[in-house]
Ligand binder design. Structure first.
Ligand SMILES: C[S@@+](CC[C@H](N)C(=O)[O-])C[C@H]1O[C@@H](n2cnc3c(N)ncnc32)[C@H](O)[C@@H]1O
Length: 372
């Protein structure tokens, strides 16, 4: 097939040029050449090699490598695909080397075939599991293994998020990468609070799950000086402990000085509602994260005593609320703060995403001063 040979730094320019004129062939991809050039496949509409439009770039003949399948469905028999046109999974979630997919009852019998097709298409996947829905008080997914590349059915795996590696186990502890942007916002809030207070922060993350928020906060030099983290789910707490060890080991101090020991450095596997019953946990934190979206607002009263008083402190949380009751929910948050002796300096309550037809997923952030 005829190809246009261009210096590799100009590939994007020439590819766009050919696309604009509809001269590039879709049958083959770009081929890297040994001489620092790339070859763009051309179709029959493209002008001859001696045309001025090529600005002296030469044409070469290359045998084309047919493009492989680009979708797992291409590994499934076409007749079978047609017979169940609307029922094949359209999306899936990947956590590390585990792929999780919802399979309709009507095609359940093809679950293993689907999983094999996915393993063939996606070389980084080791295990494909069917998602049987969320269950239990810790909202953990029930998974059914469909096919494994190496025979192992282990669901514990590692994901990379914002440059940190995290141990996760989708069959044992909650983790979702969908709200990873919120963690970047949490980092921005923490940095603003550090600036306001002029020192590093003590953070409480009592619904930490496997610890993705701490994964963005701890690596920031000088931002965190201590923490109280935990989760009621023992499996989550175990993964959290592994992850905290990893985050802490990679921590750098400010201006290349070794980092100070965290003080406090506590990991609890217990109900967050009971944390403040222990006197040593009270009046300890500058920033508290409240991530139990169905109950965050109800839990606030029990959590606020963890915050330091007579200074600016921040409570940042997430709540699933009725769209028709946003004002009521806002009042409930403000009421909890006021009952704890808090004066609000700044408050935001905004939608993060839709949740259902009547409910939305909101984020609240209150900068407060507690005078208990
Ligand atoms: C929505 S998840 C959030 C996890 C984590 N912050 C994240 O963003 O991935 C809520 C977590 O709270 C834990 N949990 C539920 N009830 C709790 C309670 N009363 N006290 C402490 N943790 C609780 C669950 O096990 C779950 O890991």
């Amino acid at each position: 097939m005829r190809h246009l040979s261009v210096p590799s730094a100009q590939t994007q320019h020439w590819l766009e040029f050919c696309r604009t004129h509809q001269w590039n062939s879709k049958v083959a991809g770009i081929t890297r050449l040994a001489n620092g050039h790339n070859a763009i496949p051309l179709n029959d509409l493209a002008p001859f090699a001696d045309d001025q439009v090529w600005e002296g770039n030469t044409h070469i003949e290359l045998e084309i490598q047919p493009k492989g399948p680009t979708h797992w469905l291409e590994h499934i028999d076409e007749e079978l695909i047609k017979a169940h046109q609307e029922e094949w999974p359209r999306s899936y979630e990947i956590q590390g080397d585990v792929l999780i997919v919802k399979i309709e009852d009507t095609i359940w019998q093809y679950g293993e075939m689907i999983a094999d097709a996915m393993l063939t298409q996606l070389p980084g996947i080791r295990l494909v599991c069917a998602d049987l829905g969320v269950h239990g008080e810790f909202r953990v997914r029930k998974l059914h293994p469909l096919a494994s590349r190496d025979g192992s059915l282990e669901t514990r795996t590692r994901v990379r998020e914002h440059g940190s590696l995290l141990w996760v186990d989708p069959s044992a502890a909650y983790f979702s990468s969908r709200l990873s942007n919120e963690r970047i916002e949490t980092l921005a809030t923490a940095k603003r609070l550090r600036e306001r207070l002029g020192r590093g922060l003590v953070i409480a993350d009592p619904y930490a799950g496997v610890g993705p928020s701490m994964g963005v906060l701890i690596p920031e030099p000088g931002l965190i000086t201590g923490y109280l983290v935990g989760d009621l789910n023992p499996h989550a707490a175990e993964l959290l402990s592994l992850n905290m060890e990893y985050f802490s080991s990679r921590r750098k101090g400010e201006s290349d000085t070794p980092p100070e020991q965290f003080q406090p450095a506590e990991l609890h596997c217990k109900d967050a509602l009971e944390w403040a019953d222990e006197g040593s946990n009270r009046n300890q934190c500058d920033l508290i994260l409240v991530n139990l979206p169905h109950h965050s607002i109800d839990h606030l009263t029990a959590l606020l005593p963890l915050l330091k008083s007579n200074q600016t402190s921040v409570v940042r949380g997430w709540a699933i609320v009725e769209r028709a009751q946003i004002d009521t929910s806002e009042q409930a948050i403000l009421q909890a703060i006021s009952s704890a002796g808090g004066k609000v300096e700044h408050f935001t309550f905004h939608e993060v995403k839709g949740f259902s037809t009547t409910k939305i997923y909101m984020c609240f952030e209150a900068w407060i001063n507690l005078y208990p």
